[in-house]
Write a protein that binds this ligand. Sequence first.
Ligand SMILES: [Zn+2]
Length: 153
Amino acid sequence: MDGNLYPAFGSEISCPQCRLPISGLILTETYLCDRHGAFEADPATGELVHVQSGRRWRWWQGEWYRQHVHPDGLRFEIHYSLDDAYRLGQRVSKIQIAERYRSLLQGCLERQGQEERLFGLQVEFGPATPAWEAVNFQLVKEPGHPHRPRWKF
Ligand SMILES: [Zn+2]
């Protein structure tokens, strides 16, 4: 069987919205989820696009990463993740954010001396590695006591 018959991500992927396995349609770039409808592989960008909403994801080591085009979407995802970390009692010292979001976030960052901050935490833009082409951000955590800095969304 010629692998090229299938869309760019292969004969079956997991739906980025519900994680159930969904099948690619032969001779198209389309995957169909019973619950979420059609997704299309975009071989030019390496992204999977939800046809109805235009949402985009990139794949890295077993995970889909939603690609943001509006700063609020990314800020919401970071906020959600910070909330999780604090609920688990983790101390977050820094937020690493993918370099490709630098200009998108410019208007949202607070400046403090040489540092740029988001939700009161220092922001660092990620290194140019393959992982950081897909991943959006990473919270840098420190072991220690629960610590809740003052930040607002
Ligand atoms: Zn789905």
